[in-house]
Design a protein around this ligand. Sequence first.
Ligand SMILES: Cc1ncc(COP(=O)(O)O)c(C=O)c1O
Length: 381
Amino acid sequence: MDNTWVEISESALLHNLRGIKSLLSPATELMFVVKANGYGHGLRETASIAEKYPDIVHDYGVHLPEDGLFLRNSGIHKNIYILGYANATHIPLLVENDLIPVITNLELIPLFEKEARRQKKKVKITLKCETGTNRQGILFDDIPRYIQSLSNCASLELEGLSTHFANIEDTIDHSYAERQLMLFQKFIAAFKKAGFPLPKNHMACSAATLLFPETHFEMVRAGISSYGYWSSKETSLSFSGHPEKTLTLRPVLTWKTRIGQIKEVPPDSYIGYGCTFKTEYPTRLAILPVGYFDGYDRGISNTGYVLIHGKRAPLRGRVCMNMIIVDITHIPGCSLNDEVMLIGRSGNESISADTLASWTGTINYEILCRINPGIPRYMIS
Ligand SMILES: Cc1ncc(COP(=O)(O)O)c(C=O)c1O
């Protein structure tokens, strides 16, 4: 019996992926972004579900070369893109396992070419373009240097260009995103003019995928929406301005723990580290075996609640490394080992990753992907 565990709903994941796919033209591929341990849902679990639906998911996106290798070794034959930084030492592994690098450094190109020749392979690569995020990406003014380098690389195939939006989910004013799109189109035009056919370009994250078909190009890269969450309130609001489109998202992940001890304490008792909470009435407490080590943010101390028997049990005192303490005075019938909902639905109440994010001033992405990978994930229908 686990103390704390996560359940992953196959039907919810399928529902979301299918809904996203329905917004794409038939020729546009859907990359399922499974970086950060499948946004906390489990890399193995999420990919193994998606693999059952090859008509929906065509490609995977991970951050780490190691994660790409893990997927390949799990028997996945589809395209796997390494969205993060692959350094020179990763090159033999990427070439050997047909993992597609997203390159942002000129000096890596001849190294890929050398390794491709050594392994007698034609190697696909993507170049990432700087269009306004000022994170990864090659500068527009450097295009001639990349074109020159690639023209000496017969063993490399520049499959396409990619870029990433800076603030498409942060606002309902999408003028900055439009400027990024225009600059990306200029990058594509420059490479095509130099003779690179670029069969597969991509820039759309979830928000762009849901809102702007003109950003879809040949593939979209959907992360958070696949897991059943809107990128932001602004994205959801902007989407509602398109009555011609329909999409419902169903959260895929449920996070549960159990009651590990029940005790009664009198009024004026301090609770937890730092004595930050003092009881005002005779209080029944439940001690739960989950804490910030597990990804339950310490910022929720004295702020949030969990669900027990469909009722809210407020946190008392600080979130500890491996424990939290909640008030169950008003919840009758609680027993040792009873299930407790940290993220999910219980009776008429629910707690989502958005709820937790609002308590700590962060975003649903961070809440989900910080759930400790060591916590067991179980796939349910
Ligand atoms: C390069 C890249 N593409 C796509 C995504 C997916 O974004 P989202 O989860 O908003 O769909 C991410 C996520 O951070 C990313 O870094």
